[in-house]
Design a binder for this molecule. Sequence first.
Ligand SMILES: Nc1ncnc2c1ncn2[C@@H]1O[C@H](COP(=O)(O)OP(=O)(O)O)[C@@H](O)[C@H]1O
Ligand SMILES: O=C(OP(=O)(O)O)[C@H](O)COP(=O)(O)O
Length: 307
Amino acid sequence: MPQVCLLENTRFHAGDTKNDPAFAAAFGKLAHVFVCDAFGVVHRDQGSITGVTQHVEASYPGPLIRHELTYLSQYLEEPKRPLGVVMGGSKVADKIGVLWALIKKADVLLIGGRMAFTFLAAKGVCVGATQVEEAWLQPALEMLAAAEARGVKLLLPCDVLVSNSLEAPQKEHIVELGVNCCVPEAPCVPAGQFGVDIGPSSNALFTKALAQCGTIFWNGPMGKFEVPAFALGTQAVARAVADATKSGAVTVVGGGDSVAAISQMGLASHVSHISTGGGASLEFVEGKGMPGLRALAAVKPLDGPQG
Ligand SMILES: Nc1ncnc2c1ncn2[C@@H]1O[C@H](COP(=O)(O)OP(=O)(O)O)[C@@H](O)[C@H]1O
Ligand SMILES: O=C(OP(=O)(O)O)[C@H](O)COP(=O)(O)O
């Protein structure tokens, strides 16, 4: 008689994240076949993801993983061109690996969010109190040079919204970032102020670039979108991605915050694919080893944009 056994969240057991062989063996004893459908954790080498596969007769990916692979592998490996990538969020450190991987594939690369300020600072723009990752200034310059050498159209914000406070709009205004925009008497982002979003001209620039794309991959918000007044750039990108989908582009959105933003706008069902793994989708696209996928028998991705 077949039995169904529902387990609590395996991460309540320390042996799971530690990939303790005893935990994996106990887990494996429960079944003959293991189906992993947790795409969000396949970049982890843990008991309930890889360890268990040593203790069952066969291990397979489930439909969600196959669906994710359709978009992250099939459609991004051989994209309908132009391939546009929108990268945002807080840290260059978290995204530099995937940026390097995507610069080899993308036709258009749009960078927003706080990470854009490290690129802008590297180019000599004064960014006021906006947090800059000093260690990534030089790599940012190298990336700009690499994009140019490869003929990738890399766009940074051409205007930004600045505010005296990160938590609420305070004396907020738009700053245009032109050539030689930063002079000591009128720095782009004045001392003590924060760059909190991309500005309206950047929204228009990014929207226009995305409208021409056949495939789009988006990860990371364009600003501190949790504050409604700082969410317009992220909303503009969400709308542009949804519009591109309507025009026939294959569109993939990953990352908890970008997914939250597009969901808040009611546009989640207007893109081709919302990835259920933020870190996992980035590591997959970056080409890092995915232990949780390697441990499974190879099964083809599911077909078709509607999968
Ligand atoms: N200009 C900015 N200033 C401050 N925070 C920002 C800015 N742009 C983006 N952020 C923050 O970055 C965070 C999301 O970054 P990240 O985790 O990399 O994105 P995701 O979850 O989509 O992968 C959000 O909390 C957002 O508020
Ligand atoms: O929410 C998750 O991933 P995400 O925040 O990368 O989308 C997964 O649960 C992975 O969690 P982990 O990064 O603690 O292994």
